[in-house]
Design a binder for this molecule. Structure first.
Ligand code: NCD
Length: 307
């Protein structure tokens, strides 16, 4: 049974296949409108979500399938003390594929060992968020033509931001990628990314504090929200939350073809005035999430022999 826990679960060739399928789906919506008729996706979300859960559900509905699930731990039997393993064992009898989000790192992986259906990690704590990475890669490829030869600035909460961890893991497999990691010293990337991924693979990167200084060098700026829910105390969060605010004046320092990405939700880190800038690609990125998730659901169900 094939699951998706990390973006590395797919080779770069398999990722290109997925992106080509997403392109075909985007161009021929009708062709796929009944592709998952009679199949069901379960969304088990133990943490808040708007885009990830709803884009999964939209993806399955666009494929003619059904959806069921829960949107918070409070509304599931987790509130009564049920384990993830028991929940997934039962859901395997109700659905054909499951997307799971959980505040604990590794919870979706635990689910895979008790699951009779493909499990997709829809975000586990501060660890990984592979389907956001598929969305990010798909957006980069759609807007830049290629993934490679890019200087990518990752800015904000690089410590707790799981989207950043997954994206770095995925991008180091493409040619000629360079990173500028922009964060306050308290929120730098964890060593399992810096040492075990970037340094170990000889990927060029710098760690800096100033967004202004980095701006002129970037092909892509990936902004992130300070992850309030993962802070140990509110004071630290308040001190850190408005450290970076991307506004019109900072955009003037950037290249004409730089792209601004953000997994969303945004809080204050991108001022709304930037939304009108043609380089702001974050809403397109959110829209792309539906097509790539449709491609993922189709691919995993086919591999499971369900389709
Ligand atoms: C991200 C997440 O949940 O990690 N959101 C999303 O899925 N698009 C980013 C975030 O919450 O900051």
């Amino acid at each position: 049974m094939r699951h998706l826990m990390s973006p590395l679960d797919f080779t770069t060739d398999e990722l290109y296949d997925l992106m080509r399928l997403a392109d075909d789906i985007r161009e021929n919506r009708q062709k796929y409108a009944k592709a998952c008729e009679g199949k069901t996706l379960a969304t088990c979300f133990y943490e808040p979500s708007t885009r990830t859960r709803l884009s999964f559900e939209a993806a399955m509905l666009n494929l003619g399938g059904n959806v069921l699930g829960f949107a918070s731990a409070d509304s599931s039997s987790a509130a009564k003390g049920e384990s993830v393993s028991d929940t997934i064992r039962v859901i395997s009898g109700y659905a054909d594929i499951c997307a799971i989000r959980h505040p604990k790192e590794g919870a979706p992986l635990v689910a895979t060992s008790h699951s009779g259906i493909p499990v997709i990690n829809a975000g586990d704590g501060g660890h990984q968020h592979p389907t956001q990475t598929l969305t990010d890669l798909y957006t980069i490829r759609s807007l830049r033509g290629e993934i490679g030869g890019l200087t990518i600035g990752l800015c904000g909460d690089l410590k707790f931001g799981r989207t950043v961890h997954s994206l770095i893991n995925a991008l180091v497999r493409y040619p000629d990628i360079r990173f500028i990691l922009i964060s306050p010293p308290e929120l730098v990337v964890p060593s399992y990314i810096r040492d075990d991924v970037l340094t170990a693979r000889g990927i060029p990167f710098t760690e800096v504090k100033s967004l202004e200084d980095a701006m002129p060098e970037l092909d892509i700026l990936y902004m992130t929200r300070v992850q309030r829910e993962r802070f140990f105390n509110e004071e630290d969060y308040i001190r850190m939350k408005d450290f970076y605010i991307l506004d019109k004046s900072k955009m003037e320092l950037a290249r004409e073809n730089m792209l601004v990405l953000h997994p969303l939700p945004r809080v204050n880190e991108i001022s709304v005035e930037v939304d009108e800038d043609p380089r702001a690609a974050y809403f397109t990125q959110a829209h792309n999430g539906v097509f790539i998730r449709m491609a993922l659901i189709l691919t995993l169900l086919k591999e499971a022999g369900t389709l």
